[in-house]
Design a binder for this molecule. Sequence first.
Ligand code: PHE
Length: 357
Amino acid sequence: MDLPGVHEELEHAIATWEGEQVLTRFDEASGSWIFICIHSRRLGPAAGGTRMKVYGSPLEALRDGLRLAAGMTSKFAVAGLPFGGGKAVLAVPSLPHGDERARLLGVYAEAIESLGGTFWTGCDMNTTPADLDVIAETSGYVFGRSVESGGSGEPGPHTARGVLYGIRAALAHVFGSPELSGRTVLVQGVGSVGSRLAGLLAEAGARVLVTDLRTEHAAELAARVGAESVAPEHALETPCDVYAPCATGGTLSEETIPVLRCRIVAGSANNQLATLEDADRLREHGILYAPDFVTNAGGALYNAGSEALGWDEERIEHALRGIGDTLAEIFVRSEADGVSTGRAAEALALRRLAAAP
Ligand code: PHE
């Protein structure tokens, strides 16, 4: 490995980040890196999920955390919640189980506790309410513990409900009707959000296509909800009305956008675009992009709303419906200003941040 190169990239990643601070900890016993990225506390304490993942390198993990934390700032700003943006990444050599998992979560929980409430966390990829229960033994700065432990539970089903409102808003904008019957939606990634979304879409009468790198997962889900499974290598080029990315980010790029055969991109993945220019590319290709941090706010709205803001079911439903309303405004604004929806959403987030007292 070219170490000087890695050092430079590391310095570059942190120096060009517009965030506040990164807490770094190396857990020697497991060889895991812990990064807690606090991007902004302009609107309140930083909040964001904990992602556990096997990365190619600590640098890759740090970059993911930095970008995800920035996305959380925009997400809370646009959703109108009194939180800032943060994200934690646990870069593990392999996903731990049992006692080893609990031990690592304990080390991570000490790091959260040391921040004294400037960072609150919830679930993200490969973490569950049961993990938050373990973290909560050491630090109380947690949203989304299990229901049995008095928490509000998983965000995934609520993220999925919010994405459904987002898809309807996009359909209404493109086709003049939010109706799902007669429409084809391809759900890419059938994890905690994608699997729920596929079920909701099928219930609403859409033709649902599902795809996942774990092909047996996709086939199983397809059989269960009445969807069709598509081989992952054909996902991008499969004709559909809505392409819904619900897995890891960065899948929409200069290379992949020309291959797409959809009218709309609307899904739950964070950081769907490789770069903001890809929002412009989608626009040039006549594809309506529902910006990820607006569309996927449902889980954060649910966990933070019910635990920190005392929201009841009705208030949560209102907030989820608001995702569709906000997207409709962004679509109109993007057309009026002649900019991509991605840029219109970023501008809205920046206005909200600038307006904060
Ligand atoms: N990790 C999820 C997201 O990216 C949900 C979440 C965020 C849950 C913050 C709780 C707190 O939005």
